[in-house]
Design a protein around this ligand. Structure first.
Ligand code: NCD
Length: 316
């Protein structure tokens, strides 16, 4: 088991064996979370602060549950959307918190790169819970865990990531992870929502769902991220659903045992058919949420081990 990171800022800095280490430990935490008694002490004595400068339901809740189940003192800072300012303000906040000696800082921020910047200013371990359209590493890890548990492996699979790739940190972190683990990645969506130069990531691009989904093992849907769009990227939601919304007909082009994923929150009837999303024979969307808690426990546990291994003077 090797994990040499001080922070979890993205998938980009991780080695494949470090990804495997997180997934292996996460498997243990999946079993642990299914027990009646869910108290452990891997984070006992440590202080975890969750700073979410953007709205979140499942990510914030699962980081909080993960920390509490491992015995950390967990605090959620209420960051008002209206008080978000770039640069100085973020650093000032970080310095203020740093003076309170937290051990784990979980940060979501609307600006790409903001979490990396913050990590340079504090002494504790920083976990990126999503920064702009840059990275969302725990989402990619929980997706990988979900796939590995269903397919028995996380390499040499055909995986389609569909929809609003351009605005998605989930897509970016998933592409990085799935590429590192040697999968075949297809991106499917309207050309307006596929970032230019994406071919450099070793992906195949399709603008047609039927062709893009042909014989894939995994179909990963993305939310249309209207909050990050500053113009007309699609003609209408109705038209988008018709061409790119996942329904049983489009899914029939994938492998018979292909699984359907979505990071949430879903727009039913826009990117995915509601009945398909609820079909427990095809959809693993609820499994993704369950895996999310386990992955965040594993990530914080590994970071805490590295934190404890460092001489304490560094922390003063
Ligand atoms: C994603 C996010 O915030 O990037 N959601 C999540 O963390 N579960 C995807 C999204 O907002 O569409």
């Amino acid at each position: 088991m090797r994990f040499d990171q001080r922070h979890l800022l993205g998938i980009e800095p991780l080695r494949p064996d470090e990804i495997t280490t997180i997934l292996d430990l996460s498997d243990q935490y999946v079993d642990f979370n299914r027990r009646r008694d869910k108290h452990a002490n891997a984070l006992a004595g440590l202080t975890q602060i969750n700073m979410f400068f953007e709205n979140s339901t499942r990510t914030q809740a699962s980081f909080e549950i993960a920390g509490k189940r491992l015995g950390a003192d967990v605090m959620n800072m209420a960051m008002q959307a209206s008080s978000i300012k770039k640069g100085e303000t973020l650093i000032d906040t970080a310095m203020t918190l740093n003076a309170m000696h937290p051990d784990l800082l979980v940060v979501r921020h609307p600006h790409s790169g903001a979490v990396d910047l913050l990590a340079q200013k504090v002494n504790c371990a920083v976990l990126n819970a999503g920064d702009g359209r840059h990275e969302h590493p725990t989402q990619a890890l929980l997706d990988a865990l979900t796939i590995r548990r269903d397919k028995g492996r996380i390499h040499r699979l055909n995986i389609a990531i569909c929809g609003d790739i351009a605005h998605s940190r989930v897509a970016r972190s998933n592409i990085l992870l799935l590429h590192k683990m040697e999968n075949r990645i297809r991106l499917v969506g309207p050309p307006t929502l596929i970032p230019s130069g994406i071919d450099a990531f070793g992906v195949e691009v399709y603008d047609n769902m039927e062709e893009g989904l042909k014989d894939v093992d995994v179909v990963m849907m993305l939310r249309l991220q209207k909050e990050r769009m500053d113009g007309g990227f699609i003609p209408s939601e109705r038209e988008y659903y018709h061409r790119y919304g996942l329904d049983a007909e489009k899914l029939s082009h994938a492998k018979e045992d292909a699984i359907v994923m979505h990071p949430g929150p879903m727009n039913r009837g826009v990117e995915i058919d509601g009945t398909l999303a609820d079909d427990i024979n095809r959809s693993v969307i609820q499994d993704q949420v369950e895996m999310g808690v386990a992955v965040r426990m594993a990530a914080m546990d590994l970071l805490a081990r590295n934190l404890r291994a460092r001489p304490s003077e560094v922390m003063v």
